[in-house]
Design a protein. Structure first.
Lengths: 540, 273, 315
């Protein structure tokens, strides 16, 4: 039996074609994962099934839900289907809920519009549904407002809203992308349980191939609005037909070739017992101010040419620590020394230049009104005799070439570059002063997997050519594992574990590290899968 | 589609008003200081395009010279507002949450408690009426408008990574404000500046109407309306024409502002009061 | 919530103190000697001396400020020099024209702007939206006192539905009094409603782009239901801000409109006092206007918190 059948769906938003000839089916109780990089049209596919597309969209084909075509239904019918027969969970739990209404009202609303139930009864059902998704009434009463809940809890509320009427089809658009890895694992488990319990079909949109491999019964890979390949998970993983699918999986599990460390180098960055407190807003008029300790007694050292990872979930103090190392914020106690000088405003320019930084978001890292050349030369601001004229031009050309761009790119504005190219420019800006230490602050987190693999290769390559040391801050364990020699695990402002990367990942000592590693979805070992199938189908 | 239409119509209206004002320096059909009592209160005709007032003065000429007053007052007032408000807003944003920010924002709130008319009343009570009053009153009221707008535009920019990068490079907050923040709030300021310009013309007309603005013999659209009031029953064109002049100038600026907004950045929100 | 209210109330009090200092400084310190200023150039020295004594100018400035503020707190604004009557009485008569006029206009403006703004937002980009937006462009450009003159020309002089000016007084009955305030209120309200309608529309359009509106649609709410149930309340924060600012503008604007309609309100009083150089009256009326504006700001702040639970929690 087929629950949802999409036939030859094409879609364009005047006049750009977005989807081309998409066909797939979902059966009750089945999880179909739609995956692909940004711009592949996966989210549009979800919105098309929901029929929540922009007004200017033109569609053709068929979307059959239990044999009735959604594309020909009038809007009034679609309203009775949405929320009742099809539920949807969105990516951003922080903004998906109305901030002015209680969670009870919002979950009950789904019930009230479709069941016309009286308010008290709808509220009772909402309470039951919230309990089912892991928000028991004694701790999360209906009267809570969204801002009183964490991201993971809010996503549970969104799920409760989506499944309140026990729909036959659930659509989840990147439901865990905005969440921490441990929260992600729990939300994915919840979704799996609900699918089994309610016998729902789940159309899951995600870019994370590890999640795909972990969750899906069937996988559909998209690129630029077209289906590249689809099939049952085991089959597809063990026998990829299309080179793009293979490239995508390989890029996801990409490992870089990191040059070996040499000799016993000198320390260049020393963090000693660093503490950073933030004053919290007063909760009572005359009560003493409470403090949040963002960084608590952190100590570590980075040596010349050493590649150190820093992992932890959001709010663990990574960003605060980064700012402190860059001298942008003072520490309340302890000391941070770089190149044998305390960091901060008093640091001589020549030493300042030796530490550079690459930020996460390639779209916010550059002043949109400046040309690349002036962006690249900004780090020379405090230097006494900065390179000028021809020397500067050749230096700019050199670093642009270093990161895989051309010297001509210096005259362009930043909007002329793609996300991956922008991140190369960010690295070029860090390289121009010939630093000894670069802080990569979630530098590859916003990138698609194939671009991410290229940037990781670039980082490894630069570290080989310039014998760079870096501090690689990331929430992504698999990335940290491949680009670092040593890793620090941070939780609630403290370093809970530190050690050689392979050792920590193979035999984590601290319970938090263990839970992080356990929660991270794992890509299937493609080599093992392929060789296994080869033996199975070996005619000999 | 509508972006170019707004800019076109608005720009055309503004061009007409501005060129009329400039032209009045070298040429007007009649001398506006000469009275011609026998020809008073004429309706529009070939000799007097917009008719004559109760002293027989040519209304078309008075409208031309009045445009000068309106534009000058509004322009200087916007200049005062931007000149003081933008640096204050940049400073407040650079020190978000600090004492400077608090002081500037509270000062803004305080000025907002004095509507421009009340400021004009206070100034007039002490210095006596005049065009300078109007400029000062409207200008002072414009300061918090631009300070708030600049601060609101600058605050999210301070959260962006390129500002962090500039700070890592060792740039001071003042330099970052000028080099990175200002160019990125310029669109916002241009659009709001156009709107404040139009509000300035309206405010000047209102102040002149109640006698707190330009004084005789300086012609002003607002005072022409005040003079016309007692005669509106038998000479409605005396009130109609200056009113339409004000409307065209304000409408032109508003359309231009909206058009520029759509063209530069549709996300900009202008504030009108 | 209590903490928030207290904090806002504290800010209200501080604003009032600073505002009163500014007004006192401008009126009583800047002109040098207020007595000779009020009496003009040809005043006799003994008249000036008499007024100086009456105004209590011999005591230090700070003490005078305290006396002034202390008096106001007890409802005593001093004695008008021109009319020799207590300013409190003069204001008392006239505020019952100006304040009802401003409130009447604000009500009208809101009643027109809300449906217009919601309608335009719901039909974004369609003919209805274009029509409303076009009309508001004109509404913004029209000076309210000119519009008032046109209303008088049409509805009072030609059609004779209303009187051209004057105020019958509340003792003639509520209906008659409101009738004589109707044209002034319309003149004040229409241009303001054009602004408010635009703010309403753009606030709603902003909210329509929010994720939670998509969530609401995914629940099965129609576009209209989503707009009314989830959009409207979220759009109220910017709208309330503008309503608050409009009230102060209407109070001040009423001063001009009172001139057009010869209404015996605070505006007339203030202009008479300026030409009579009666600084005591000017000072008192300005303080009263500023007090009303600051009070409205305070009420708007409280309304924010009533709407937004995050504000109640945070501060």
């Amino acid at each position: 039996m087929t629950l949802l059948s999409v036939q030859n769906l094409s879609l364009s938003i005047c006049p750009t074609p977005i989807l081309k000839d998409i066909s797939f089916t979902i059966a009750p109780g089945e999880i179909l994962a739609v995956t692909g990089e940004s711009g592949s049209g996966k989210s549009m596919t979800a919105l098309a099934v929901m029929q929540l597309l922009p007004d200017t969209t033109e569609t053709c084909g068929q979307i059959l839900l239990n044999d009735s075509d959604l594309l020909t239904q009038p809007e009034a019918n679609l309203c009775t289907l949405r929320g009742n027969d099809i539920g949807m969970v969105f990516q951003e739990p922080m903004t998906a809920l109305n901030p002015l209404q209680t969670i009870g009202t919002q979950v009950a609303e789904t019930i009230r519009i479709h069941a016309k139930a009286p308010k008290a009864e709808a509220m009772a059902q909402a309470a039951a549904m919230l309990t089912r998704v892991g928000l028991p009434q004694d701790r999360f009463p209906l009267s809570r407002y969204p801002h009183e809940l964490s991201g993971g809890q809010r996503q549970r509320v969104v799920i409760a809203m989506a499944i309140a009427r026990r729909p036959r089809l659930l659509i989840a658009d990147e439901p865990t992308t905005a969440l921490d890895v441990t929260t992600q694992a729990r939300i994915l488990d919840l979704l799996k349980d609900l699918v089994a319990e309610f016998d729902m079909g789940l159309l899951m949109i995600t870019h994370d191939l590890a999640v795909v491999a972990d969750m899906a019964d069937r996988i559909l890979v998209m690129r630029k609005g077209e289906i590249v390949e689809q099939g049952a998970t085991q089959q597809l993983l063990s026998n990829m037909q299309h080179p793009y699918t293979r490239a995508l999986f390989e890029a996801s599990g990409h490992t870089v070739d990191l040059p070996a460390l040499q000799g016993t180098p000198a320390p260049i960055l020393t963090v000693q017992n660093a503490v950073r407190d933030y004053a919290l807003p007063r909760t009572q008029l005359f009560a003493p101010r409470a403090f949040h300790r963002a960084v608590n007694d952190v100590s570590f050292t980075i040596h010349q040419g050493e590649r150190v990872g820093l992992v932890g979930e959001s709010g663990c103090g990574k960003s605060t620590l980064t700012r402190a190392i860059l001298g942008l914020e003072p520490v309340q106690s302890g000391q941070i020394t770089a190149f044998e000088h305390p960091v901060g405003a008093a640091m001589p320019a020549a030493l300042r230049l030796k530490t550079q930084v690459v930020f996460q978001d390639p779209y916010s890292s550059f002043n949109p009104r400046h040309r690349v050349a002036s962006i690249l030369t900004e780090p020379f601001h405090l230097v006494q005799n900065p390179p000028k004229g021809a020397a500067l031009q050749s230096l700019i050309g050199e670093v642009l070439t270093d990161v895989g761009l051309t010297p001509q790119d210096a005259q362009k504005y930043i909007h002329e570059f793609s996300g991956g190219q922008r991140q190369r420019i960010a690295i070029a800006r860090a390289l121009i002063t010939r630093p000894e230490l670069i802080i990569f602050d979630e530098a590859v987190s916003a990138l698609d997997v194939s671009i991410r693999a290229q940037i990781l290769d670039l980082i490894a390559d630069l570290s080989r050519r310039h014998s760079l040391a870096y501090l690689f801050i990331s929430h992504d364990l698999s990335v940290v594992r491949t680009v670092t020699d040593r890793v620090l695990v941070m939780q609630n402002g403290e370093i809970v574990e530190e050690g050689a990367t392979e050792a920590v990942f193979a035999t984590p000592q601290h319970s938090y590290t263990q839970s992080l590693i356990a929660a991270a979805p794992v890509l299937p070992d493609l080599v093992a899968l392929t060789s296994k199938t080869e033996t199975i189908y070996d005619p000999a | 589609m509508s972006l170019s239409r707004n800019i076109l119509i608005g720009g055309l209206l503004c061009l007409i008003v501005v060129s009329t004002a400039l032209l009045s320096f070298v040429w007007t059909p009649y001398d506006i200081t000469t009275m011609d009592i026998p020809n008073k209160l004429q309706t529009p005709s070939a000799t007097h395009w917009f008719g004559t007032d109760h002293f027989g003065r040519d209304i078309f000429s008075m409208i031309m010279v009045g445009a000068r007053t309106s534009l000058a007052v509004a322009l200087v007032a916007v200049g005062i507002g931007m000149g003081l408000g933008v640096p204050l807003g940049l400073w407040a944003a650079a020190r978000q949450g600090g004492w400077a920010d608090e002081l500037i924002m509270r000062g803004n709130d305080l000025i907002f408690a004095f509507p421009s008319l009340v400021i004009a009343i206070l100034i007039t009570a002490i210095l006596g009426p005049g065009a300078l009053n109007a400029i000062l009153a409207i200008g002072i009221f414009n300061v918090p408008v631009f300070a708030r707008l600049t601060r609101a535009g600058a605050l999210p920019l301070w959260q962006r990574d390129f500002i962090l990068a500039a700070r890592v490079a060792g740039k001071s907050r003042a330099l970052i404000s000028v080099e990175h923040i200002l160019p990125n709030v310029a669109n916002l300021l241009i659009v709001q500046g156009t709107i404040q310009f139009s509000l300035g013309i309206l405010a000047e007309a209102g102040l002149s109407y109640v006698g707190l603005g330009a004084q005789p013999p300086t012609p002003s659209w607002g005072r022409m309306l005040a003079d016309a009031q007692t005669m509106v029953s038998f000479a409605p064109h005396l009130a109609l024409i200056p009113g339409l002049a004000i409307i065209s100038a304000v409408l032109g600026l508003n359309l231009l502002g909206d058009g520029l907004r759509d063209w530069l950045d549709p996300k900009i929100r202008v504030v009108r009061t | 919530m209590l903490r928030y209210t207290l904090k806002r109330a504290l800010s209200l009090g501080l604003s009032l103190i600073v505002a009163s200092l500014v007004i006192f400084f401008v009126i009583e310190v800047v002109p040098g000697d207020p007595a000779s200023f009020m009496l003009g150039l040809n005043a006799q020295p003994d008249t000036i001396a008499a007024l100086r004594a009456e105004l209590g100018l011999d005591v230090p400035k700070f003490e005078r400020y305290l006396t002034w503020v202390g008096g106001m707190l007890q409802g005593d604004f001093g004695l008008s020099y021109t009319y020799r009557t207590p300013v409190t009485e003069m204001i008392g008569d006239r505020i019952w024209v100006s304040l009802p006029l401003a409130l009447y206009a604000l009500t009208l403006s809101t009643l027109i702007a809300f449906p217009a703004g919601i309608y335009a937002a719901a039909r974004r980009g369609k003919a209805g939206d274009m029509a409303v937006m076009g009309a508001t462009q004109f509404g913004i450009a029209v000076p309210n006192f000119w519009f008032a003159m046109m209303l008088v020309l049409i509805f009072a002089i030609n059609l004779r539905w209303f009187s051209a000016g004057g105020f019958v007084g509340w003792d003639k009955g509520f209906g008659a009094a409101m009738h004589s305030l109707t044209l002034p209120a319309i003149a004040l309200a229409l241009p303001q409603s054009a602004i408010l309608a635009r703010v309403m529309r753009s606030a709603l359009l902003d909210v329509l782009g929010e994720d939670f509106m998509r969530t609401a649609r995914a629940k099965g709410l129609s576009r209209r239901q989503a707009l009314l149930r989830h959009g409207l309340r979220n759009a109220m924060i910017p709208v309330l801000t503008i309503i608050g600012m409009q009230f102060s503008f209407l109070l001040a604007g009423a001063i001009i409109i009172e001139q057009v309609f010869f209404l015996p309100g605070l505006g007339r009083l203030i202009f008479q006092s300026i030409s009579a150089r009666d600084l005591i009256v000017v000072e008192s009326v300005v303080m009263l206007l500023v007090f009303l504006v600051i009070l409205v700001t305070f009420l708007v702040d409280l309304a924010y918190a009533a709407i937004d639970p995050r504000l109640r929690a945070r501060t």
